[in-house]
Design a protein around this ligand. Sequence first.
Ligand code: OSB
Ligand code: MG
Length: 368
Amino acid sequence: MKLTGVELRHIAMPLVAPFRTSFGSQTTRDVLLVRVVTDEAEGWGECVAMTEPLYSSEYVEGAADVLRRFLVPALAAAGPLEAQLVAPVLEPIRGHRMAKAALEAAVLDAELRATGRSFARELGAVHERVPCGVSVGIMDSIPALLDAVGGYLDEGYLRIKLKIEPGWDIEPVRAVRERFGDDVLLQVDANTAYTIADARHLAQLDAFGLLLIEQPLDEEDVLGHADLAKLINTPVCLDESITSARSAAAAIRMGACDVVNIKPGRVGGYLEARRIHDVCVAHGIPVWCGGMLETGIGRAGNVALAALPGFTLPGDTSGSSRYYRTDITEPFVLEDGHLAVPTGAGLGVVPVAERLEEVTTGMEWLAV
Ligand code: OSB
Ligand code: MG
């Protein structure tokens, strides 16, 4: 394929309810979409960077800047366009994995559309539908939390993840267990809000039979997670710390994770996400597909990835309605706690033009 140009499109998507984590509260999701146009087809990618650099160092305007100034020019200068070559071509530019992932996804989508293959087929999916969990934000009160969890269970979600932080951890977990019973698949996500000094406190979670505790400590504190894993019985899962197949291999060898959350956007793309999956499978480490409040564009790819054989735990692959009243694509709808893996060429979904116009806040065309 030959690259014709790249569109960077900013959209603002109102969330159905505020989403609060240990790093902040959000009411709107600002998303950067990348549209790659080639001589054969066009493709879409969604950048998972958030408005502010609070989950990771990347943020929407920073991602747009590095795409405009460095990534797109490097790709344009590289000769024939091929998804497998995007990461190697961009490798000299350090970091910026979320920006790189969006560009690679768009190229992969274009390539697969041109050849009529799906993301699922290309990545090695083995299931036609994937079981879905839901990530439940920090609430103002326990009754509000129980209402929210009860609503999601009624909708059919097969696993509940509670966001936790110091002051909102043991009691909310206890309350959910008491109300909904021991059979509910339940896990927690701290988004780095604790230190190793909290080990004894976190060991109180052992009583509740959680599937895992996600990223309790700092992104760089992989060794701390290995120490913590020896002090608590709840399996330790890494999210923020896993940035590549190499970092996953090191974390596993160190004993820092029993489980891995794979987010394609965080690790530089779907192809690196598959390599992380392969490393984890080889080590007997279960993986699940994380989320970053994606629109239907990112969700389509995530659902395809979640259908690989090593994804043995339900992911944060919720239905569109968990996040948005109106998605930019045809909505992903939960059926019996599952989402169907798209089968069409490429991502199998495209933005609905009128809907996209409604939410667009800025657009820029990078001609090649
Ligand atoms: O840590 O998994 C996380 C959302 C934004 C940033 C980080 C995280 C999350 C979620 C929600 O937990 C996942 C989702 O449903 O998309
Ligand atoms: Mg997380």
